[in-house]
Ligand binder design. Structure first.
Ligand code: UT7
Length: 329
């Protein structure tokens, strides 16, 4: 008797890209009223990358996508769908996803941006994998890319030291596998949430339909921190419970990289050993929608994450939005 197969989206390859210029805390302290000690103690951040001339969200995204396609051994021409998560598009329109499409030389595919700030990659992954499961796509690029340095208020030390620029990408392909998630690979379960009552805790004070300007990032950091720990623990428990898993089953937690203290608190709440958590916030700072795929690519390339590992991806950001996904790599 043949076993029933179901279609899932599998991560066929990963890639990432960073701007040329790396800026340490000590360098920032030359122009901002801050210290390396404060930043490291409160956030775990030691450095971030800042986009320079010619480097934009779309160029970083395209570089990350090229590396992901290369690692998957898939030609750009085979891509039928590009979903790009960003809160810092090159322009209000057209979407940065269509710019990436042009940079990759893809003549015809579906391409659009998704905007859920720091949770953007989880939202984009969910949209792309749903389209793969439904048969609307078979090969997809899912990208998180940001240039937050361009919306930071460099006079506000409470926010400007926290963010960096970069991009991460995954190639998803359709694969028919066992119905039982315990034996399957690919995206196994995703949960997303939003609560718009908290718009005013993390936002940009401009936009095309309000001020007509791009605006700068504003954040009530302490309140965001409090919500982040509670919301992340909640959605992680939800997504694990759906598959009847516990934290003991997780090989790697690949979290949104906002603050090392949030990562520690989340791991503690889950009862997960800190050495099962991928941490890149020290080197990249908070790269918003790019942070999860960037951290994933770092850990795949340095050999920590290997085929067959059970991963949990999670993020929380402005909106608020938050979500988590369980993936067998
Ligand atoms: O990715 C989206 C989600 N975002 C987040 O998850 C961010 C969540 N929040 C955080 O990570 C933390 O709340 C921060 C890192 C933003 C701030 O840490 P905190 O421990 O909550 O500090 P605070 O904002 O309460 O500020 C404490 C003190 C203040 O001084 P007083 O009022 O106590 O004298 C600030 O003025 O630290 C001061 N401060 C700084 N000092 C040196 C704030 N920023 C700086 C700075 N350098 N860069």
């Amino acid at each position: 008797m043949t076993q029933d197969l179901i279609r899932r989206a599998v991560i066929a390859g990963t890639g990432s890209a960073l701007p040329r210029r790396r800026v340490t805390n000590a360098e920032l302290a030359e122009t901002v009223d801050t210290t390396d000690e404060w930043i490291v103690e409160r956030t775990g951040i030691r450095a971030r990358y800042i986009a320079g001339d010619g480097e934009t969200t779309a160029t970083l995204a395209a570089d990350a996508a090229r590396r992901a396609l290369e690692s998957a051994g898939i030609a750009a021409a085979s891509v039928g769908l590009i979903v790009l998560a960003t809160a810092t598009p090159d322009q209000t329109f057209p979407s940065s996803a269509t710019k990436v499409q042009a940079l990759l030389g893809i003549d015809d595919c579906v391409a659009f941006d998704v905007q859920a700030v720091c949770s953007g990659f989880l939202y984009a992954l969910s949209v792309a994998e749903s389209m793969i499961r439904s048969g609307a796509a078979t090969t997809a690029l899912v990208i998180g890319a940001e240039t937050f340095s361009r919306i930071l208020d460099w006079e506000d030390r409470g926010t400007c030291v926290l963010f960096g620029d970069g991009a991460g990408a995954v190639v998803l392909t359709a694969e028919d596998g066992p119905a039982d998630p315990a034996q399957a690979r690919g995206v196994l379960s995703t949960r997303l949430h939003a609560d718009g009552r908290h718009n005013d805790l993390l936002y940009v004070d401009g936009g095309p339909s309000t001020t007509g300007t791009v605006g700068k990032l504003r954040m009530k950091g302490r309140e965001v921190f409090r919500h982040a720990v509670v919301n992340l623990a909640g959605v992680l428990n939800e997504v694990l419970a759906e598959l009847e898993l516990t934290s003991a089953d997780i090989d790697w937690l690949v979290p949104h990289q906002a603050n090392a203290r949030i990562l520690d608190a989340t791991a503690r709440k889950l009862g997960l050993s800190p050495d099962r958590v991928i941490v890149t916030v020290d080197q990249h700072a908070n790269t918003s929608a790019a942070s999860v795929p960037l951290a994933l690519d770092v850990a795949v390339r340095d050999g920590r994450i290997t085929r067959g590992d059970l991963l949990v991806l999670e993020a929380m950001g402005g909106g608020f939005t938050w979500g988590a996904s369980v993936v067998r790599f």
